[in-house]
Design a protein around this ligand. Structure first.
Ligand SMILES: NC(=O)c1ccc[n+]([C@@H]2O[C@H](COP(=O)([O-])OP(=O)(O)OC[C@H]3O[C@@H](n4cnc5c(N)ncnc54)[C@H](OP(=O)(O)O)[C@@H]3O)[C@@H](O)[C@H]2O)c1
Length: 274
């Protein structure tokens, strides 16, 4: 079966990660278009057989799927400029932009189009991404499968039934890498405060973060149970956990994620006004 032709409009960091993931999954390069204004920065992709261009219209005219990955602030102008081409071609539109809802995407593209909102995260750059997806009513089952195939090239995907689910995804996995980086940062600082050198504290912290994530993922055991198993009564870990609980870590995390979700809602309201 022929693979759908995919056009990446705005091939920066995120689009490039997805595109390279597809190439490494043997997606045919001739079925991929990539655009950006500084097209010379896509020469390595052109060498691999990807169609590159600074002209979004040409790419859209060839596409079954348009992955639009310009910055959120550029989204309205870019889609409105492409509306005639999108209306003529009627491709599936997949947006990776934070803060732009499906209704605004569809409206700016001229209306009556299949639109999927996706919310990937930065570990997608290492094929370890976690991505939420939301489809409007016009998206067919086949198009859902295509969107999954595209985003699965850089990690795992999860469908949200309601669009508000995307704001929850932002609070969990979209912004989540930063929470873990913060935890690592604080553990390194605390290790140094205990007298360890920075290099050793960093090495131990990173390997511990990686090991804990792999254990949780590979065993499938709930994190709470894994934690209980390493927390012997009267032992050392227990003292650390009790200290976190006294300082209300659970409430702190919930407040932080609620603030993140609220900002996503606020940004959507601001960016999608017209
Ligand atoms: N990076 C992440 O971790 C992440 C995570 C989740 C979601 N996202 C979303 O992904 C989108 C892109 O983010 P990014 O980090 O990849 O940004 P980026 O690296 O700046 O990529 C945006 C690209 O768009 C191109 N561009 C700008 N205007 C254009 C136009 N009119 N036509 C064609 N190309 C145009 C830019 O290249 P030229 O200047 O050469 O045109 C640039 O390469 C954003 O909407 C963001 O919300 C990113």
């Amino acid at each position: 079966m022929n693979q759908p032709t995919i056009a990446f409009v705005g091939t920066g960091n995120m689009a490039r990660a997805i595109l390279e993931g597809l190439l490494s999954d043997d997606y045919p390069s001739a079925s991929i278009w990539a655009t950006r204004r500084q097209v010379e920065l896509l020469s390595d992709l052109a060498e691999q057989g990807v169609n590159t261009s600074s002209d979004n219209q040409t790419a859209v005219a060839a596409a079954d799927v348009v992955v639009i990955s310009v910055k959120p602030q550029m989204m309205r102008e870019t889609l409105q400029g492409l509306a005639p081409a999108l209306q003529a071609r009627q491709p599936l539109i997949i947006s990776v932009a934070a803060g732009i809802d499906a209704a605004a995407l569809e409206r700016w593209a001229g209306g009556d189009l299949a639109v999927i909102r996706s919310m990937p995260n930065t570990p997608s750059l290492l094929k370890r991404g976690a991505c939420g997806l939301y489809a409007n009513d016009r998206v067919t089952d086949r198009q859902r499968e295509t969107a999954e195939q595209i985003m699965n090239a850089v990690g795992i995907t999860l469908w949200c039934e309601n669009e508000s689910g995307i704001d929850q995804v932002i609070a969990i996995s979209g912004s989540g890498p930063a929470y873990f980086f913060l935890m690592m940062e604080k553990m390194i600082e605390a290790g140094m405060a205990l007298g360890m050198d920075a290099c050793s504290a960093r090495k131990l912290t990173l390997q511990t973060a990686l090991g804990a994530a792999e254990m949780a993922k590979q065993t499938g055991i709930e994190p709470a149970e894994l934690r209980r198993r390493v927390t012997s009564p009267g032992g050392t870990t227990e003292q650390a956990i009790l200290s976190f609980e006294r300082d209300q870590l659970g409430e702190t995390v919930e407040r932080a994620m609620t603030a993140c979700r609220d900002r996503a809602v606020e940004m959507t309201t601001q960016l999608c006004k017209e």
